[in-house]
Ligand binder design. Structure first.
Ligand code: SAM
Length: 232
């Protein structure tokens, strides 16, 4: 269970709201039962339940069961696509071990606003399901030109370009180290955007094959490919 509190030896966490309802009414937690907690910074802790009331309970951290995971240094930069699909991208990015999810505003994106709270809830749910102890950073949406202008030194940018690029497998071997993937929206990038991305020295246009993939397919497949070579 993800909790906002900073966990540590002897720390008592009071759980309320939906999480308390889930533990008390769904999982039927009883006094002295053990619940696994993580806060995204201090690893996973086994915590013992006590003071179980109708709407809240207290969990006492007993022992750290998992250290904070080493997160592969990979960012997923995606233009926002329709609601269910960006949620899917967030969930799969978390499961695959992505360090940062960076929404990027592009000219042809059909979605120009994102509900970051909803996306974050998907990240938390995915982390709880797959056993991550660190949550991906969820960055605020940036415009493509700002993303390119402020691109960090020393990070490769794999630019998923359906008009042509290096085969992903070849690029993965050639460009090791901190990386990011950039995937366009349903309508793709416009020619000026494509030229601006290719002009970035850190950009490596990559092809994911001869077919036009949906953005979520491209994002998930290319992230998984990178993780097979560089993941934990
Ligand atoms: N321009 C596409 C078209 O003609 O229909 C629409 C964009 S595609 C649905 C969404 C994004 O997925 C693209 O911007 C690109 O980043 C990525 N993508 C799709 N197929 C790809 C491929 N074969 N190789 C590399 N990237 C791909």
């Amino acid at each position: 269970l993800y909790v906002e509190a900073a966990l540590g030896e002897g720390v008592a966490v009071t759980v309320e709201g939906n999480a308390a309802h889930y533990l008390i009414s769904v999982m039927r937690v009883k006094p002295d039962d053990i619940v696994l907690l993580f806060d995204g910074r201090s690893g996973e802790w086994a915590a013992r339940a006590r003071d179980i009331r109708k709407r809240d309970l207290v969990l006492d951290c007993v022992v750290r069961t998992k250290p904070l995971e080493r997160v592969p240094d990979f960012w997923l930069c995606v233009a926002p696509v329709k609601k269910g699909r960006i949620d899917l991208i967030a969930e799969k990015a978390c499961e695959l071990g992505v360090a940062r999810l960076q929404p990027v505003q592009t000219r042809r994106a059909v979605v120009d606003r994102l509900n970051l709270d909803r996306l974050r809830a998907h990240l938390v749910e995915a982390a709880e399901q797959c056993g991550r102890t660190a949550l991906p950073d969820l960055a605020a949406m940036v415009k493509l030109d700002a993303l390119l202008r402020d691109w960090p030194e020393g990070r490769h940018l794999f630019f998923a370009d359906e008009t042509g690029g290096v085969p992903m497998a070849q690029a993965l071997v050639a460009y090791r180290g901190p990386a990011a993937l950039l995937v366009g929206p349903e309508g793709g990038f416009d020619p000026a955007e494509r030229a601006a991305i290719r002009a970035l020295p850190a950009a490596v246009p990559v092809s994911l094959g001869p077919r036009i993939l949906r953005a979520e397919t491209a994002a998930i497949a290319a992230t998984a490919a990178w993780m097979t070579l560089n993941g934990d």
